[in-house]
Structure formats: C-alpha cells, structure tokens
Design a protein around this ligand. Structure first.
Ligand code: FES
Ligand SMILES: [Fe+2]
Length: 367
C-alpha cells in the first residue's frame, strides 16, 4: 500500500483517540432535510444535547427555538404555527415569535412576564437541508458546508434524502467514513471487493478540511458500480475521494473508469454524509447520493438504478456499518481501561481529522 501525505507527517503517529464528549459550537449543524418540515411544519430535534424546535413561517423561512416553553417546560414542538409567524405552546397557549420572545399570554391580565422567552438560534436552508448555528459568534450563511453537488441536479439521478439514527458518538461515524478501507470487508461485493484492498491513499489538507483519496487500479467493479454502468469494462480503475469539513460533514465522490483513463471518462456518484450529534452517544446520520456523468439513457432503467442505489446505500450503512459502530461504542464504554487504538496506515485520515477537530474545540473553549 502506497501512502502519500500532504503537509506535515508528524501527527500520523499513534495517539489516544478518545471520544471527546464536547462539541464545536460555532458551526452549522444539519437539523433536518428541508422537505421534512413542509408548509407550516413543526419539528422537534435534539442536537448537541439541546432540544430545538424548528417551524416554518408563512413567508417560508425556518425559525429555530429552544424546544421548552418558559412556563412549565412543555415542548413547543407539540404545538402549532399560529398567524404565520408564531409558535403556540400546546399546554396553555403562550405564543413565541422567531426571536424566542413571548408575544401573547392569553391568561388573567394578559401581561407578559419579562422572563417569558426562549433561546433562538440562527437557521438557514441550503442544499436541501435546514442548518442551525449553535454558537455565540455571528452566524455566516456562507460558511454552511458546501454540498452544492446537490443543487440543480435532475431528480431522477438523486437518491432519496435519507436518514438513520446511530447509537454511537458521531466521531466513530466520521472515523468509519474517513477510512474507506473497510468497504472491501464490511461492504464486500457492494461497495468494495478484494481488488480494492490494495489502494493508493492520499491525504490532503485544505484549511481545516481533510480529503482522503483511495485509488485502486485494474479492479473488478464492485456491485454498486456495475449497477450504474452495466456496460463498464470488466476491469477498471476505481476512484474514491472523501472530504471532511469540521465538525462532522463529509462529501464523497466515487466511481469507476477504464484502466488508465481520466475519472471523468467513467461514472459514479457524489455522496453526502452529514452527521449531527444528538447526544454523546447518539447521532443523526443524513445521507443521499447524486450520480455524475450518467451513462445509462433509458428512463425506466435510471429509475430502477436510482431506487437500488438508495436501498443499497441504506442497507450498507444501516445493516453493515451501524452494527459494528454501535458495538465499538459499547466496547469502549464498557472498557475498564483507557482505549488506545492501534494506528495503521489506513488510519491516516481519521488521525488527521481528530487532531484538527480537537484543536478547533480547544481554541473555541479557550475563548
Ligand atoms: S407550559 Fe407552555 S404555556 Fe404552559
Ligand atoms: Fe461503510
């Protein structure tokens, strides 16, 4: 296995990779796919251990508030949108606007106590998702992680906007995604095979982003690739590149092409992997995929491919990755001693991102 490393190599050493239990707060976190909220929709989502209610106002904009009424702590997410811009508590009818201020108290003299307010969070919709800013610094919508691969693409070539819950810390899921050597084992036949074990790995750093590339040459196309390109050559080059953007979003591109040719001559998909910590031990995992350079022209076939890619990817994550990740979490939690994993050549990506994330969190906490 040949490994090329961009920038310094000093951090590629064995380190204790303990789960931090803390979060980077000044960051955009995906709360939901936009379509989940709908018109006048209300949705309660917990992330970074904070219950948040999202609601869509009459003008289409999403508001995000603490999901806990100031009166007796009923969840506002059990309430409804009133008058196009307020959310009404289901218990005794207090109404809050998008700033979290109580604007109607229907009882007694109808006075609104000064403490009648809840926390509000900046929220934006971008790349078909709702993003919420959890920090104290000014939220800049331009810093939402770049998933523009999902914008303005034919619906036929995009899989379902999907989501699963994982009973593990989000860092174990990032570790899984940044080390794609596991596809040859855990996803053998679907996403990888024996031919893709031998891959050239390149790790590059761009600002605080990390990209891990794996290129296998003269390999049999894995099942997912054969599905997308039934007429592919019997042996191909397989490219995979995954970019981690702090704290927990990943954008992947993977595909096959004729041996020795440029990747653009082949076909594959851009994959979106968005992780939002719900708690220290539970993670929202949002995912979808968008095909590139589609070579199949028959619409019925493309519809079939679209559905199968969506199902195969969900199967791979839910039935293959998640059981191992959740078992890892249980073993770490039950361990009587500090966990200090071996570091192999394939771990260069996970080691690098963890180093950056820890630095970002430490810098934020120092402030
Ligand atoms: S708990 Fe919300 S109005 Fe009473
Ligand atoms: Fe996987």
């Amino acid at each position: 296995m040949n490994i090329q490393i961009g920038h310094d190599t000093a951090i590629v050493e064995s380190k204790k990779q303990l789960i931090t239990g803390t979060y980077l707060r000044n960051a955009w976190y995906c709360a939901a796919w936009s379509e989940t909220l709908g018109d006048n929709g209300v949705l309660g989502v917990t992330f970074l251990k904070e219950p948040v209610v999202l609601y869509r106002q009459g003008n289409g904009e999403v508001a995000a508030l603490e999901d806990r009424c100031a009166h007796r702590f009923a969840p506002l997410s059990m309430g409804a949108v009133i008058g196009g811009n307020r959310i009404q508590c289901p218990y005794h009818g207090l109404e809050y606007d998008k700033t979290g201020a109580c604007v109607l108290q229907p009882h007694g003299n109808k006075n609104i106590p000064s403490r009648a307010k809840v926390k509000s969070y900046p929220a934006v919709e971008k790349h078909k998702a709702i993003w919420v800013w959890m920090g104290d610094k000014t939220a800049d919508p331009a810093t939402v992680p770049d998933f523009s691969v999902m914008d303005n693409v034919p619906a036929l070539h995009t899989t379902k906007l999907d989501k699963i819950m994982v009973k593990a810390n989000y860092e174990l899921v990032v570790d899984n995604l940044l080390d794609l050597s596991h596809t040859s084992y855990l996803h053998a036949g679907i996403l990888g095979n024996a031919d893709t074990v031998e891959s050239e790995i390149t790790v590059l750093q761009d600002g605080t982003d990390i990209t891990v590339e794996r290129h296998a040459t003269n390999a049999e196309p894995p099942g997912m690739n054969k599905l997308m390109w039934p007429q592919s050559p019997p042996r191909v080059d397989k490219i995979t590149s995954i970019r981690w953007m702090a704290p927990s979003t990943l954008r992947l591109v993977t595909g096959i092409c004729p041996i020795g040719e440029k990747p653009e001559t082949g076909t594959g998909y851009h994959a979106v992997h968005i992780l939002t910590p719900e708690t220290d031990r539970t993670t929202h995992y949002f995912f979808t995929a968008v095909r590139y350079n589609v070579k199949t022209t028959d619409e019925a076939l493309n519809r079939d491919i679209q559905e199968k890619i969506g199902k195969m990817r969900r199967f791979a994550f839910e039935e293959q990755d998640v059981p191992v990740i959740e078992a890892q979490q249980r073993i770490i939690d039950e361990s009587q001693t500090a966990v200090d994993p071996l570091t192999l050549a394939i771990d260069v990506g996970p080691v690098r991102y963890k180093h950056i994330l820890k630095k970002l969190i430490a810098a934020e906490q120092a402030q």
